[in-house]
Design a binder for this molecule. Structure first.
Ligand code: ADP
Length: 400
């Protein structure tokens, strides 16, 4: 079965083509083709990077509305061609960020599912529109092909009521104001991969996964089931992030509205785009730029870094409390996979758990490896998250 995966974000579009047989492999297969469209590049437009047939090609993309068509074209034309026609694709799996309370597993997309994704746009304004656009473009180009939605919220539908319900008027909960949690595809993949790497049954492990990318979140996973997570009603809650504030006193936006006249749109922009590492440092939301500025003696950058680590350590502490113990700590996504200093400082703050990092292993660019010492009471894994592969498997599982 040829499965095209579309993973659309607000500033990028990742896509992969996998060929999966009836028996699902335990280990990851390489995609036949992969494409990454990045809109954050300095020049106008975007850069599309395509890898297949052992080569890599870059293409400049000018317009957003035809970008997905340009991307799909590289499957059937030029040096990156791997198909003679797009009609060879059997099914398309989409990452959909918000599935609300209803969707707790991958779901074949029907007009009703599409409507539900559209209805949730107000809860995921940066992501669900891009996901819908992908679904609609595929319907136009390949009207016969089946499409599957793989929801980032689905893994968190198991969190108990005490975690789900906010201490607000209960009618708000009935209106859908509740903890949903995000990055679920990544958290679930990392939990399953932990069991593989450690060669222990998932059912025997208490795991905290730290997904630290532009957005950051933690999940507490007991016996493979998510029981707590730091993101909530929206991807704004929880840890300090690149440009998002994470948890703050809810009185602050009310005060800024009443005393400084900020309106909802301004607050939305500031809390999502101008806060976090970028807001405190005044430099950037990119951890690489923060670490570089610290080396150059920038005090604001140091403060931003210290807050990030403090909130990460205390956030992990809260997840450990939910789990009542910890066997495995996982670092993943851009910062988690690449920043040895973030892992080192976090590890040092968790020494009270009997967690001890092997600093040599930590600084040797580990990938899918255990970086804890032999004596450590907690295993610490650095893992390359494979969301696209997880989406392909979830999509395949819809066609037994
Ligand atoms: P997204 O949440 O958009 O999927 P990623 O998981 O790709 O993001 O993470 C992107 C972030 O990873 C960047 O903003 C950057 O801060 C961080 N990052 C990438 N490489 C490194 C590195 N070598 N050191 C520190 N941080 C890094």
């Amino acid at each position: 079965m040829l499965i095209l995966v579309l993973n659309a974000g607000s500033s990028s579009q990742k896509s992969c083509l996998y060929s999966l047989g009836e028996l699902l492999p335990n280990t990851l297969l390489e995609p036949l083709w992969e494409a990454h469209l990045d809109w954050t590049v300095p020049q106008e437009g975007g850069i599309l990077t395509v890898k297949s047939n052992d080569l890599q090609q870059q293409i400049e993309v000018k317009e957003r509305n035809s970008a997905l068509k340009v991307l799909l074209d590289t499957l059937v034309t030029g040096k990156t061609q791997v198909l003679s026609s797009l009609n060879e694709i059997d099914v398309v799996g989409h990452r959909v960020v918000h599935g609300g309370a209803k969707y707790n597993e991958a779901t074949v997309i029907t007009p009703e599912v599409k409507q539900a994704i559209a209805n949730l746009i107000s809860l995921a304004p940066h992501h669900n529109p891009a996901n819908l656009e992908g679904i609609n473009t595929i319907s136009e180009i390949l009207p016969q092909v089946l499409q599957v939605a793989v929801f980032d919220t689905a893994f968190h539908t198991t969190i108990p009521e005490v975690v789900k319900v906010y201490p607000l008027p209960y009618e708000w909960y009935e209106k859908g104001i509740r903890r949903y949690g995000f990055h679920g595809i990544s958290h679930e993949y990392c939990a399953q991969r932990s069991a593989q790497i450690l060669q222990q049954p998932l059912e025997s492990l208490k795991i905290v996964t730290c997904h630290l990318g532009n957005g950051c979140s933690l999940a507490a996973i007991n016996q493979g089931i998510c029981i707590d997570t730091t993101m909530g009603f929206s991807p704004l809650e929880g840890l300090m992030m690149g440009t998002r504030c994470g948890s703050i006193d809810p009185q602050i936006p009310i005060y800024m509205m009443q005393e400084y006249g900020l309106d909802g749109d301004e607050l939305n922009q500031i809390l999502h785009q101008e806060s976090g590492l970028k807001g405190v440092s005044g430099i950037s939301g990119d951890m690489r730029a923060i670490v570089k500025a610290i080396a150059d003696g920038n005090i604001q950058a140091q403060l931003a870094f210290d807050i990030y680590i403090h909130r990460l350590i205390t956030g992990i502490g809260a997840m450990v409390a939910s789990l009542n113990g910890l066997d495995v700590l996982v670092f993943t996504a851009g910062v988690g996979e690449n920043s040895s200093i973030v892992r080192e400082k976090t590890g040092a703050g968790l020494a009270y758990l009997g967690l001890e990092l092997d600093l040599a292993k930590n600084s040797a660019s580990p990938r899918d490896e255990n970086i804890a010492t032999e004596n450590s009471q907690v295993q610490v894994l650095v893992m390359h998250t494979q969301e696209d592969w997880a989406i392909a498997l979830a999509t395949r599982s819809q066609f037994p």
